[in-house]
Design a protein around this ligand. Structure first.
Ligand code: NAP
Length: 309
């Protein structure tokens, strides 16, 4: 039995879909959910749900009975970052108690010097969770996932469609963006194939892109000029504040922009290509898929895309 946590979230639900498409029977998969109401789409697929919360040890031990492999999707707790570490440790302790044999953990990409980066606290939570998992005595696989490509539209915002300019304080920094569903597919690959015990994998793209590259890809897709203006961080923050963006969001955007500027996620790797058996989706393809539905791409790639089909 494979149990997937975070199954009502995006990564967990996509990982389950990939397990199913790899031929794992629904009866061999269960889903940890904390809110049964959100689990309807899982039930329709024949996936049994087990109720549990990362903060409730007893609920986890009950949920993990008869589970061989567990995909631990890292928490999205929005309070203190230490909460996430505690929650992951709760899951690992409960898995040990319940006799789980193998945990696959979704960590985050890092490189030497990360301790000094804008996302050090976030990184440290993963470092501590990984260390606890390694020392638990349970078989483990650590997936150091790259930054989701889906973050690009969030970082770029919507304003550039009116102004033609992306305003973001990421300087000329590059990151190796990966589509979340392809990371879910890689997790399903690890869960369904042999040889991954006690391994740590970097799962990023084989190229890195800056916001200059992203603006160029948008220009190509939309058929009109989109430029990138790397604002100083304080100017970016005051612009967002004037536009009524709440402070926690401003802090979050600034933190990730600084991390991009510092090159913290600029780690290229080919392991994901091997696991997928194909080249991961590129930023250029993602931009066409994302923006050409929304904006129709009348002047550019939409027609080119049609011509290819
Ligand atoms: N690589 C990246 O760029 C990146 C970006 C963002 C996040 N992440 C990390 O990757 C994880 C998965 O991403 P995602 O997009 O799938 O996030 P998501 O859609 O927000 O899903 C997170 C899942 O974790 C579950 N969860 C949170 N707290 C829990 C708790 N106390 N007990 C049980 N379940 C709990 C949520 O349950 P509910 O459905 O009940 O809320 C949800 O199913 C995130 O949680 C975060 O740690 C990575």
């Amino acid at each position: 039995m494979i149990l997937v946590t975070g199954a009502t979230g995006q990564f967990g639900s996509q990982a389950i879909d990939h397990l199913l498409s790899k031929g794992i029977k629904a009866s061999e998969i269960s889903a940890l959910v904390r809110d049964e109401v959100k689990a309807e789409t899982l039930k329709v697929k024949g996936i049994a749900t087990r109720i549990g919360d990362y903060t409730d040890h007893g609920s986890l031990v009950r949920a993990f009975r008869n589970v061989d492999k567990l995909l631990l999707v890292s928490s999205n707790d929005r309070q203190a970052i230490e909460n996430r570490t505690t929650q992951h440790i709760n899951v690992i302790k409960a898995a040990k108690e319940a006799g789980v044999k193998h945990i696959v953990y979704t960590s985050f990409v890092r490189k030497p010097g990360f301790e000094e980066s804008a996302i050090a606290a976030f990184q440290n939570s993963h470092v501590q969770s990984e260390a606890f998992l390694k020392e638990s005595g349970i078989g483990y696989t650590i997936l150091q996932n790259g930054i989701y490509m889906e973050m690009i539209p969030i970082f770029a915002g919507d304003n550039f469609s009116g102004t033609g300019t992306i305003l973001f304080p990421a300087a000329g920094g590059s990151a190796s963006y990966v589509l979340r569903t392809e990371l879910g597919e890689a997790a399903a690959h690890v869960l369904t194939t042999q040889g991954h015990e006690n391994k740590t994998y970097t799962l990023t793209n084989s190229v890195s892109e800056s916001f200059y590259d992203i603006a160029a890809a948008l220009s190509g897709a939309l058929g009109h000029e989109v430029s990138y203006q790397p604002l100083p961080s304080d100017e970016f923050q005051s612009t967002l504040r004037q536009n009524g963006v709440p402070d926690p969001y401003i802090a979050m955007f600034s933190m990730w922009a600084s991390a991009v500027a510092q090159g913290v996620m600029d780690v290229k790797d080919d392991t994901l290509t091997q696991f997928l058996g194909r080249t991961p989706t590129t930023v250029k393809q993602f931009i066409i898929q994302t923006y050409c539905i929304k904006h129709w791409c009348l002047g550019g790639a939409f027609y080119k895309r049609q011509a290819h089909h």
